[in-house]
Design a binder for this molecule. Structure first.
Ligand code: ZN
Ligand code: ZN
Length: 357
């Protein structure tokens, strides 16, 4: 964790900023180790300051790198900024995507001539996108645990259970196996409901022959996993099988394309080309994948509009889907580690179409 602030300084050197104010909690956790819910960090070449309120003093002592000077504030942490900042006029960077208009106004009022405010975008996120080996290890633990819970889930069958029951069973099992929580709200979407990529589980029982999209993940030691399988609750029919195979071929093409140096756009295109060629392009409305780490959706993005390039150490999903409104949806998602010559797949559940009643 100590070295991460140094890496941030390297990136700050490319900007006009003297000291960076970090307020986004996942970025704070990444840089300092703090897992509480109220904190601010100031980082500059000669500045390491951590600000929190009385509720977190003990936690900060235990979690935050001792290199940081501790400042205790009222619940309103910004109040102490004028005293906490180094002397002299300086350019204070703030995270523009995570700062509300109200906070920005507040900063202007509090700091007056003490500091010039400089908007900065995505610096810590750039660091977070490339995982250290111990971060990859945590993602791997989360993925292994989530896969085991999924395999256990299928042993009890699907038909007659509601989407919500299945989601709860999966989440409960992941917690019993040691996950802190599900890494996002589990999606269980059967039949026509599966045509909504972000469906919320309903109190509707799964019916015989439904295709069921299950998208789930565990969070362990802060790190998330993310995986999707589409399972048939009884023989789904020829058209569904053909489309399943199309999505699977696209997913394999996407995996084949993942490699350090390739752009997020090209990677997306290599999977999308197959779905387009089959005339289903309009039914694949989202990007191919996203980075996963302390947050379930982070950089780099694999999509038609992505500006990102893949780098060794990225952990990304590859998740094409085809969604036929009012009929069914199919998505197949793996979590992978990007390497110099390809990728290592972290998801272990079979991608054969499972027929499980
Ligand atoms: Zn997912
Ligand atoms: Zn995903």
């Amino acid at each position: 964790v100590k070295a991460r602030a140094e890496h941030l300084l390297d990136l700050l050197a490319e900007t006009e900023v003297d000291v960076m104010l970090i307020g986004e909690l996942i970025n704070i956790r990444y840089l300092t180790g703090y897992t509480g819910t109220n904190g601010l960090a100031l980082i500059g070449p000669h500045t390491r300051t951590f600000i929190t309120d009385f509720r977190y003093v003990t936690q900060v002592a235990a979690e935050v790198d001792p290199a940081y000077e501790r400042v205790r504030a009222s619940l309103d942490l910004l109040e102490v900024l004028p005293e906490a900042l180094p002397e002299g006029g300086l350019r204070l960077g703030f995270e523009e995507e995570h700062t509300s208009v109200a906070t920005h106004r507040r900063l202007l009022e509090l700091l007056g001539d003490r500091a010039e405010l400089v908007p900065v975008k995505g610096l810590v996120e750039r660091l977070r996108a490339v995982k250290e080996p111990q971060e990859v290890e945590r993602v791997r633990v989360a993925a292994t645990l989530a896969d085991a819970a999924f395999e256990r889930l299928l042993r009890d069958g699907l038909v007659g259970r509601t989407e919500r029951e299945i989601a709860i069973a999966l989440e409960h099992d992941m917690r019993e196996r040691g996950a802190e929580r599900a890494s996002f709200e589990t999606i269980v979407a059967a039949g026509p409901h599966g045509a909504l990529p972000h469906a919320t589980p309903r109190d509707e029982p799964i019916r015989h022959g439904d295709l069921v999209v299950i998208d789930w993940g565990a969070q362990c030691d802060g790190y998330c996993s993310d995986c999707t399988r589409t399972v048939a609750a009884g023989e789904p029919g020829d058209q569904a099988r053909a489309l399943y195979d199309l999505v699977l071929q696209a997913q394999l093409a996407g995996l084949d394309a993942v490699k350090a140096g390739r752009s997020g756009r090209e990677t997306d295109a290599s999977a999308r080309a197959l779905i387009d060629a089959a005339g289903e392009g309009e039914h694949f409305g989202h990007g191919l994948g996203h980075g996963v780490g302390l947050d379930i959706h982070e950089g780099p993005r694999l999509s038609q509009r992505s500006e990102d390039d893949l780098r060794a150490g990225n952990v990304v999903t590859v998740e094409p889907g085809v969604y036929l409104p009012e009929r069914f949806g199919i998505r197949i998602e793996d979590l992978v580690l990007v390497t110099d010559d390809g990728c290592e797949i972290l998801s272990s559940v079979t991608k054969r179409l499972l027929v499980i009643e």
